[in-house]
Ligand binder design. Structure first.
Ligand SMILES: Nc1ncnc2c1ncn2[C@@H]1O[C@H](COP(=O)(O)OP(=O)(O)OP(=O)(O)O)[C@@H](O)[C@H]1O
Length: 327
């Protein structure tokens, strides 16, 4: 039996002439968090809709298996194993949180007693006991998202698709949601997460795929992706013009920023590297007024992978531009 919760080969989808997914391969191990990142309109929701059987894959797609079942020939089995919470929530605002939950229990054919038991447990777990008797329309954004996930869990899915679960939430609610996701994974649930927040993928995902122009531009752990882009550097700023000139002489190869009186050197930010830079300044008798270390983050990866060539040149850091010019 495969260890993959989701295995898709050559996923394709077009709307008219517009190709949205152009041969996307996905392999998501059971019990892990997989994050699909991409700019607006990249096709993340389309991928979620296909994998959760809401829309059919485009012609020419390869085999797709979700929870061990073939998506095309056995969609019912796939549906029984998954839960989906999307940007368009299933929460009905006119009825109470508890009634929403009980409705879900009915849809999953739970007995009355079992439905009440599961509902009570989930309301407790998602901190919604006090609000349970109030209409869902009166809930805050964070409460609605929690209710939405609680409703999804009524069917005990083994795979959950979370389509931008924290968009629009304040930082506290976002952190609460991250905690909920970590707990789901600790219970063995596989989470397929789409997000526009790179930090969210960095915090939660075991593996991240960046979707761009209909294909996966890069995939790996957050650490692996960060190593794909250059951009680690140390920046030293000087208020005294003489010190700045001396630093330029002491640090050959550094990229100058005359306007800011700052120099920038490629660096991995390690203790050894920093000490060597500072030693060179000490030897020249120069003191920097400000030192900042920049290690590449997922933002750098995201922009490097999803920018057009012109944008890439405009957003490259001075040392990246210098490297480009050198080639
Ligand atoms: N039913 C549809 N008919 C025509 N075009 C569609 C349809 N659904 C999506 N699209 C187009 O497909 C592209 C991908 O949309 P999708 O919603 O999957 O992107 P996304 O990555 O989820 O974006 P966002 O982050 O903005 O939600 C967009 O250009 C969108 O306009």
């Amino acid at each position: 039996m495969t260890n993959l919760a989701i295995a898709a080969n050559g996923l394709r989808k077009s709307y008219g002439d517009k190709v949205v997914l152009d041969g996307v391969d996905l392999a998501v191990p059971r019990g892990s968090v997989f994050s699909l990142l991409g700019p607006n309109g990249a096709g993340k929701t389309t991928a979620v809709k296909i994998l959760s059987t809401l829309i059919s894959p485009g012609s020419g797609s390869g085999p797709i298996r979700v929870a061990g079942h073939d998506l095309v020939t056995d969609p019912q089995a796939v549906r029984a194993a998954i839960g989906v919470t999307g940007q368009f929530s299933a929460v009905d605002g006119l009825i109470t949180g508890e009634e929403n939950m009980l409705l879900m229990a009915d849809l999953h054919h739970l007995s009355r007693a079992e439905g009440r038991r599961v509902t009570a447990g989930l309301l407790e777990r998602f901190d919604l006991v006090e609000a349970a008797g109030k209409p869902a329309s009166t809930y805050s954004g964070g409460m609605k998202r929690r209710l939405d996930i609680a409703m999804t869990l009524v069917g005990s899915p083994r795979i959950i698709f979370l389509d931008e679960p924290t968009t629009g939430l304040d930082p506290r609610s976002r952190h609460n949601m991250w905690q909920i996701i970590r707990e789901l994974v600790a219970d063995g649930v596989t989470v397929f997460l789409t997000t526009q927040y790179l930090e969210e993928a960095d915090q939660l995902a075991d593996r991240i795929a960046v979707l761009h122009d209909g294909t996966i531009a890069a995939e790996g752990t957050a650490g692996e992706l960060k190593r794909l882009v250059p951009g680690g550097h140390v920046r030293l700023r000087f208020t005294d013009p003489l010190s700045y000139q001396q630093a330029v002489l002491a640090l050959p190869g550094a990229v100058r920023d005359d306007e800011a009186q700052a120099v920038q050197l490629a660096s991995d930010g390690s203790q050894h590297d920093l000490r060597s830079i500072l030693d060179r300044l000490d030897t020249a008798g120069v003191r920097a007024d400000e030192l900042t270390v920049h290690t590449p983050d997922l933002d750098d990866v995201f922009f490097a992978l999803t920018a057009s060539p012109t944008e890439r040149n405009q957003t490259a850091s001075p040392d990246q531009q210098a490297q480009e010019a050198h080639r």
